[in-house]
Design a protein. Structure first.
Length: 189
């Protein structure tokens, strides 16, 4: 027997959320006709609770709570495969990133380890102009209480020159810091 499910129309708040996400991602969810190419090409779809196609569908239906509660927005690698495969030009990777930023701003983090990794990664880029792998690993493992996780991999990687103990900085590091300052200022406004 087929069940009929009735959805309530999206609230004004949910409509505003969706409009904001579309603006930030510079794309339209209305273009998606649910072909599934995004999900078929996604290298991490197997680990997601709601694959990219489903996240888009949630947004189309105004189901913002489902999007904010999804682990998928944190698992997305932002590799752009979904966006490249979309026949309608929907920038799904940017939508996922915008949803992740909204969830972070609202304190709706479903996967704390991913948020800690994101924070550690951005801290390295802000301070050195590029990622600092050893610092990233140490900061992540300390904050997630996994101090010795991957410790056996460190020495071989250092010996092979794959990871440096000390951070390297880039020319123009001051410009990178100014970008971060500008973003922080925009966030306060």
């Amino acid at each position: 027997m087929k069940q009929n499910i009735t959805l309530a129309p999206p609230s004004a708040e949910d409509k505003e959320f969706i409009s904001r996400i579309e603006r930030e991602a510079d794309t339209s969810i209305r273009l998606c006709y649910q072909c599934g190419k995004c999900t078929a090409g996604c290298p991490v779809a197997f680990a997601m609770d709601s694959p990219p196609r489903q996240i888009i569908r949630y947004l189309q239906l105004g189901l913002v709570e489902e999007v904010m509660a999804a682990d998928s927005i944190w698992i997305c690698a932002t590799c752009e495969t979904c966006s490249a495969r979309c026949p309608r030009g929907v920038d799904i990777a940017s939508l996922m990133d915008a949803c992740r930023r909204e969830a972070l701003a609202a304190g709706r983090i479903t996967d704390k380890k991913v948020a800690v990794f994101n924070e550690a990664f951005l801290s390295g880029v802000k301070n050195f102009g590029r990622t600092y792998e050893a610092g990233l690993l140490l900061q992540h493992n300390l904050k997630t209480m996994q101090l010795l996780k991957d410790a056996e991999l460190g020495l071989p990687m250092i010996k092979r020159g794959k990871v440096s103990i000390l951070p390297e900085t880039i020319k123009g590091r001051d410009q990178v810091k100014k970008i971060f300052q500008r973003i922080e200022t925009m966030g306060r406004e």
